[in-house]
Design a protein around this ligand. Structure first.
Ligand SMILES: Cc1cc2nc3c(=O)[nH]c(=O)nc-3n(C[C@H](O)[C@H](O)[C@H](O)COP(=O)(O)OP(=O)(O)OC[C@H]3O[C@@H](n4cnc5c(N)ncnc54)[C@H](O)[C@@H]3O)c2cc1C
Length: 421
């Protein structure tokens, strides 16, 4: 039976990839960790295509073998498809790096996130499901805990030396602290659903992520999942998707399917099932990653357009860094925001690399083919971005070449620890 304590070393809000990873690593190091999660797991979540460099956090968590034994489709590459249906030469990750990390998976997030949460539990973290964080508890400017409402225990005030906010796109703390900042140019939304028995490409490409362009700066994702299901979604501007005579998600989706010959052909033998889902404008980076007693992880810190499937990777990465950084802070008895300066800088630099590639992708003057034809050596740097190998790498040459073809954004300076420069 789970009992409620008056105080914990760390409370983690949210049991997605960022929260469960942080909690698992903290618990493994012997800290007393509580996860509060508003849903009952397993729960649905969008975001099924992993990036190859998820391998390293998953290895650290000891979960690679389980994924290798799973029936999740193996993702060896990403491919791009023009509206007319022409397919690019796929970016096979193993051609770039001959290492197990070059193969990744397309996962049902209900199962994948459950795997991570089970790991956190196994390491000793306490988990309160169906428990929603409602307010940060503060003493002066220092966060000292969380007020929650739990299905099992009712309203509770829970104290902790540090709170890790991994509440995803709900951005629990950033909303409370008014830290939310939208990315000015990436005003996209998504509409998506699932198909059974749709067409899969043969051989190595069976588990590929396909990014299929629409003629208006939008695109489809096509992600094959286990159980002969495919996740298919459109990302485009709200004004474009809703500018016609209908607001009906199914009708909008079907209208757009006709705008990409590859998508139309692949969906033709399939059967759509379940609801059509929609999400609001998505790219943002919150003003700070930490204040005294509080640090933000994963989407609760920032979110980038999903075109390169970077979300879960960045969430796992933030969880791994925080597993160490929070432990060090607890041991030092100093949970001030300064303890998370390096974390903020590391996340900022990875997100900025990905963000530039995302901006290039949406620039109508840019094409990956033209870039690579300009200088074949750039294909390596580009593939590094697509697999998540962005830590401590110098991409000057790549971005100089891209800036000849596309307008790249000025860096967003925020997202660092409060008080850090
Ligand atoms: C349309 C779309 C497509 C995407 N496609 C991909 C993709 O293909 N590949 C990829 O890598 N990423 C993708 N992403 C991004 C990916 O889904 C996220 O980056 C990833 O889930 C972030 O993990 P997280 O742990 O930060 O947050 P989440 O996975 O969102 O987990 C947050 C958890 O916090 C809980 N929570 C929220 N508020 C509270 C509260 N107040 N109290 C308690 N619990 C709370 C939630 O229930 C949830 O379980 C996509 C995102 C979108 C919107």
């Amino acid at each position: 039976m789970i009992s409620v304590k008056s105080s914990y070393d760390a409370i983690v809000i949210g049991a997605g990839p960022a929260g469960s990873t942080t909690a698992a690593l903290l618990a493994e190091k012997g800290h007393d960790v509580l996860i509060v999660e508003k849903e009952k797991f397993p729960r649905y979540h969008v975001g099924e295509s992993l990036m190859p460099f998820c391998y390293y956090p998953l290895k650290r968590l000891g979960l690679v073998d389980k994924l290798q034994r799973s029936d999740n489709p193996k993702k060896y590459c990403v491919q791009f498809v023009r509206p007319c249906g022409t397919v690019s030469q796929p970016f096979y990750f193993f051609q770039h790096m001959d290492h197990p990390s070059s193969t990744t998976w397309q996962v049902w997030r209900s199962e994948f996130d459950q795997l991570l949460l089970d790991k956190a539990r196994k390491e000793g973290a306490t988990v309160f499901e169906e428990t929603k964080a409602r307010a940060l508890l503060k003493e002066g400017d220092q966060v000292v805990g969380v007020r929650v409402v739990s299905k099992e225990f009712g309203p509770l005030e829970l104290n902790a030396s540090i709170v890790i906010d991994a509440s995803g796109r709900d951005c629990f703390s950033a909303v409370k602290e008014k830290w939310m900042e939208r990315d000015p140019e990436l005003k996209k939304i998504a509409i998506w659903t699932y198909f059974r028995a749709a067409k899969r490409d043969p051989g190595l490409d069976e588990g590929a992520t396909t990014v299929a362009y629409l003629p208006n700066k939008g695109w489809f994702w096509y992600i094959p999942l286990s159980g002969d299901v495919v996740s298919v979604g459109i990302v485009a501007e709200h004004e474009y998707l809703f500018n016609g005579s209908t607001k009906d998600l199914a009708e909008i989706f079907q209208r757009e399917v006709k705008n990409n010959a590859w998508i139309e052909e692949h969906l033709a033998p399939g059967e759509q099932y379940g609801e059509y889902r929609v999400t609001g404008e998505f790219s943002y980076r919150n003003r700070f990653c930490a204040m005294d007693g509080l640090v933000l992880a994963g989407d609760a810190l920032g979110f980038l357009d999903p075109v390169f499937s970077s979300g879960v990777f960045l969430a796992l990465k933030s969880g791994v860094i925080l597993g160490d950084a929070v432990s060090d802070a607890l041991q030092a008895g100093d949970v001030s925001s300064q303890q998370f300066e390096e974390y903020g800088k590391s996340m900022q630099s990875s997100i900025e690399v990905m963000r530039k590639i995302v901006y290039a992708f949406y620039d109508e003057n840019f094409s990956f083919k033209e870039l690579v034809m300009k200088d074949m050596r750039l294909r390596g740097d580009l593939t590094d971005c697509l697999i998540g190998n962005v830590e401590d790498k110098d991409f000057t040459e790549l971005f100089t070449a891209i800036s000849d073809l596309a307008d790249l954004p000025a860096p967003i300076e925020h997202g660092l620890a409060k008080g850090s420069s």
